[in-house]
Design a binder for this molecule. Structure first.
Ligand code: NAG
Ligand code: NAG
Ligand code: NAG
Ligand code: NAG
Ligand code: NAG
Ligand code: NAG
Ligand code: NAG
Ligand code: NAG
Ligand code: NAG
Ligand code: NAG
Ligand code: NAG
Ligand code: NAG
Ligand code: CA
Ligand code: CA
Length: 562
């Protein structure tokens, strides 16, 4: 439980006792359960597979892992379409398997975070089936509206568009009404204005908390509530986009509504009323840098981490050091005052992997940034070994967003390339499965790019990652001041300082040429510093002492000095 803690009688902080703040200044690791480890040879990852590989997470020394949904599901969106929130899909295992996972994680001091998908269920959920039949109280569990008629033709109630394109409303012949779906038609939105539904979802949190989880990552939170007046959203002028594209609308009635923040607050209170240590809440909201306040508000309403996707969707390989500097400073300036923790998401299951977004030579740079900047680093399985996107043919594509884009558009929209099996070693299916065929094909680079191989060499993505996790625990990273510097818009520098000790300095060369500069003068750092970690720039080997007044950075080099 969180309490008022008095430090030395000098000041008061309302918050959690330090031992309950395990998530602060740590790395949290996302597991996509289909792709982490297959324990029974059916070609799909599962819970027993995760349990068998927890030692890897201990070796990395991350504080926690969060698992994308493994709940009962028709798998039309690979688990983000849930047909029973309190049961496990047989493809992943059983509740007993889950208990074993929790027991082992606890014995290894790893925290377990589950994915909570409150916005919608599967259209195969019994609640939806009963809602169609208008059986109380399920009749109100979803958002149903009458059609509008124009000259005798049936139309949806308003112009709202789904994230997956087209109207956010689908007609149901049985109930003779439209239902709302902010995502696909098979993901009908739950109606949190129904108190019975609201309670059901709190019961879901209780169910998993009693089974020992340490927190919840909340999927698609901005879409939870919609404005009750169901007014048309304003059309943005001159977007040049097709009219069924959701980016043509200003989402003033379907995202980040006042009631949505209050819902998060109610979950915070609900979890705080449970026994045991504080359960953390991580909220997923994609926003642009101009809308930062909308995400930050989730902190004030009880989120411990409101995901910061700046490195995932805000920047790409054309972004400059100045772009990064502006974005990072903006985030830090917008953090609410109080005892809140920043965070930096490196990758996830919905986007191309970092090496595809920024180039293979820059694969470790975002993890380095997330390590040196204050707060939590959030990484995705495979980041620690620099896994790359896997090119898949249209025939091999299974992601519904990829499939619906067709053979010419799929490889822009498909999320499959970033979801292929973890590359453990050079054996069959990269050690992921004993089955030669896996649900998505293993990346053909696995004989060379795999964890076992990286463990045998002294310098690798893996060795870099481990050093970054250790760095995160240092006092200067936890409490030091933050300076973000752009050197001639070619090099990004981050300097962390506490008085009385050497600063920690991250330098990233964004250019494709060598950069020689006086880092001592530009960043006000000591003239002689030691290379703590570097990427594949052989001119700056780890452990050597260098002269910062004449620093040479190779193309795409990044280095941490202390
Ligand atoms: C191997 O995996 C494929 C694809 O997931 C599956 O169709 C097949 O049944 C699996 N083989 C066995 C022996 O489980
Ligand atoms: C792992 O992290 C903990 C603190 O979070 C630290 O005490 C421990 O020394 C670390 N282990 C290794 C092997 O670095
Ligand atoms: C979910 O599954 C559990 C275990 O099979 C079952 O007891 C429960 O009734 C199911 N919930 C719903 C809403 O169907
Ligand atoms: C919806 O339509 C039904 C039948 O056409 C009608 O009875 C009902 O009053 C309508 N509801 C609203 C809110 O207009
Ligand atoms: C409805 O019908 C009227 C008369 O036929 C026509 O002027 C009007 O454009 C129609 N409206 C729409 C939205 O089709
Ligand atoms: C808290 O623990 C007490 C004693 O073990 C138990 O009686 C109570 O039901 C628990 N409350 C919750 C919400 O789990
Ligand atoms: C964002 O919040 C800050 C305070 O945290 C406030 O000063 C600023 O005006 C807000 N900006 C917008 C656009 O609402
Ligand atoms: C940036 O990435 C795109 C693909 O995402 C690639 O075509 C381009 O060559 C990359 N540019 C640089 C400078 O690496
Ligand atoms: C995809 O499948 C179709 C029909 O099954 C086949 O004709 C085609 O050659 C396949 N394409 C590739 C690239 O495998
Ligand atoms: C999509 O596939 C085409 C043809 O194989 C390839 O040229 C292109 O680079 C791919 N695009 C992306 C974004 O991967
Ligand atoms: C497979 O990996 C092992 C251990 O890393 C190594 O000893 C072996 O040479 C590798 N085999 C091949 C064919 O690369
Ligand atoms: C990042 C993330 O978790 N995105 C999810 C948002 O919600 C939709 C629908 O539940 C999923 O398809 C995405 O994967
Ligand atoms: Ca399996
Ligand atoms: Ca909703």
């Amino acid at each position: 439980m969180c309490k008022i803690t008095i430090f030395l009688g000098l000041f008061l902080t309302a918050g959690c006792a330090p031992s309950e703040e395990w998530w602060r200044d740590s790395f949290i690791y996302q597991i996509y359960p289909r792709s982490f480890k297959d324990s029974n040879g059916d070609g799909v990852g599962d819970i027993n597979g995760i349990t068998s590989k927890l030692e890897h997470l201990v070796d990395l020394n991350v504080s926690a892992f969060w698992i994308s949904p493994f709940f009962k599901s028709p798998m039309s969106d690979f688990g983000y379409d849930i047909s029973n929130f309190t049961d496990i899909d047989p493809i992943f295992g059983t509740l007993d398997d889950f208990s074993k996972l929790i027991t082992k994680a606890k014995s290894l001091n790893l925290k377990v975070i589950l994915d909570f998908v409150p916005n919608h269920s599967s259209n195969k959920h019994p609640w939806f089936q009963k809602s169609i039949q208008k059986i109380p109280p399920y009749d109100n569990y979803y958002v149903w509206r009458n059609a509008t008629f124009v000259n005798g033709t049936r139309h949806p109630p308003n112009n709202w568009l789904s994230v997956t394109r087209g109207s956010a409303w689908t007609w149901n012949d049985v109930r003779q009404q439209y239902y709302l779906h902010q995502f696909s038609y098979f993901q009908p939105d739950l109606n949190f204005r129904s108190s019975a539904l609201n309670q059901e979802m709190k019961d879901v949190l209780t169910f998993w908390t009693k089974r020992g989880v340490d927190g919840f990552r909340v999927d698609a939170i901005p879409q939870a509530f919609e404005d009750a007046r169901f007014l048309d959203e304003p059309v943005k002028p001159n977007t040049g986009l097709p009219p069924d594209d959701p980016n043509t609308l200003e989402h003033i009635y379907t995202k980040n509504q006042k009631e949505t923040y209050e819902l998060v607050r109610s979950w915070r209170n609900h979890l705080d009323a449970m026994n045991g240590t504080r359960k953390i809440i991580l909220t997923e909201s994609y926003i642009t840098l101009d809308e930062l306040n909308q995400s930050m508000k989730y902190y004030e309403y009880g989120a411990d981490i409101a995901f910061n996707f700046m490195f995932v969707t805000g920047f790409n390989n054309r972004s400059t050091p100045t772009d990064f500097k502006d974005g990072i400073e903006k985030w830090l300036a917008h953090m609410p005052r109080g005892n809140y923790s920043s965070n930096w998401v490196v990758d996830n299951h919905d986007n191309n992997r970092v090496s595809a977004r920024f180039g293979k030579r820059r694969a470790d740079q975002l993890t380095m940034l997330s390590a040196v900047l204050p707060g939590v680093g959030v990484v995705y399985y495979g980041d620690e070994i620099g896994m790359e996107d896997t090119w898949l043919s249209y025939n091999e594509t299974v992601d519904p967003i990829g499939c619906s884009a067709g053979p010419t558009g799929y490889n822009i929209t498909s999320r499959d390339p970033a979801r292929t099996p973890f590359q453990w070693d050079n054996s069959t299916s990269a050690g992921f499965s004993t089955n030669k065929t896996t649900w998505l094909r293993v990346n053909p680079n696995y004989p060379i790019l795999n964890l076992a191989a990286q463990k045998t060499v002294s310098h690798s993505h893996y060795s870099i990652f481990k050093k970054l996790v250790a760095l995160k625990k240092k006092l200067v990273i936890k409490t030091g001041s933050v300076e973000v510097i752009s050197v001639a818009d070619r090099v990004l520098g981050i300097v962390r300082r506490v008085s009385g000790s050497v600063p920690v300095v991250l330098l990233i060369n964004f250019s494709n040429g060598y950069v020689i500069f006086d880092a001592s003068y530009q960043l006000k750092i000591p003239p002689r510093m030691t290379v703590y970690v570097s990427n594949f720039d052989s001119s700056l080997p780890e452990g050597v002492t260098i002269n910062t007044p004449s620093l040479v950075l190779a193309p795409a080099a990044s280095v941490i000095l202390m």
